[in-house]
Design a protein. Structure first.
Length: 193
């Protein structure tokens, strides 16, 4: 009898996983290489913006954008990038805390949806170019995503630390909360920049 109950539980659990995996595939947003454009020759200032948004049926997502402002005051977004699971299957299994293949890249929502939390800091030209170079290097080394320890907030933390900001110690939190805490930790420093 115990064996029968155990088998029924196992098959029921597998059925739930398959059904949930199909639902996850319906909400999965394909990933693409990061959007990185050359900075315009007439750029007079540079910025780095930290962003986060909620996602229906998910934890949310944090990412960064970089850009320039020309002499006329017109802004140009030159980089949009975040860290995420590579595929629908990776996205699904990551929700169980399993390590999966990660990708430094961008989704359509990163480009089109308005972020729910964000803040911007000014950069000098050398720092801007160094951060862009670091992002290109991260594409080769950031290949494993783990929801609790190596996630989109971890990527934002690396970028923030590279420009001298203090990053929250815990990256395993909702991205909007993470970006809000990152801003709070650095509020006095940001107002001086």
């Amino acid at each position: 009898m115990a064996r029968l109950v155990s088998s029924a539980w196992l098959f029921g659990s597998l059925g739930l996983l398959v059904t949930t995996a199909a639902d996850a595939a319906d909400t999965y947003e394909p990933t693409h290489p990061p959007r990185i454009f050359a900075d315009p020759a007439d750029a007079s200032s540079f910025y780095l913006e930290f962003r986060a948004r909620n996602e229906a049926g998910g934890y949310g997502h944090s990412y960064v954008t970089l850009g320039t402002i020309d002499a006329s005051g017109q802004g140009h977004q030159t980089v949009v990038v975040g860290f995420m699971p590579r595929s629908a299957d990776d996205e699904y299994w990551s929700k169980f805390g399993l390590p999966v293949t990660g990708l430094i890249g961008v989704t359509r929502s990163d480009l089109l949806r308005r972020p729910d939390a964000r803040f911007r800091i000014a950069l000098n030209k050398a720092t801007y170019r160094r951060v862009v170079s670091e992002i290109r290097a991260f594409r080769r080394t950031w290949t494993q995503y783990e929801l609790v320890v190596h996630n989109c907030n971890s990527f934002v933390s690396e970028i923030a630390s590279s420009v001298g900001l203090q990053a929250p110690l815990i990256t395993a939190q909702y991205p909007i909360d993470y970006i809000t805490e990152l801003h709070t930790l650095n509020a006095s420093l940001i107002s001086r920049k």
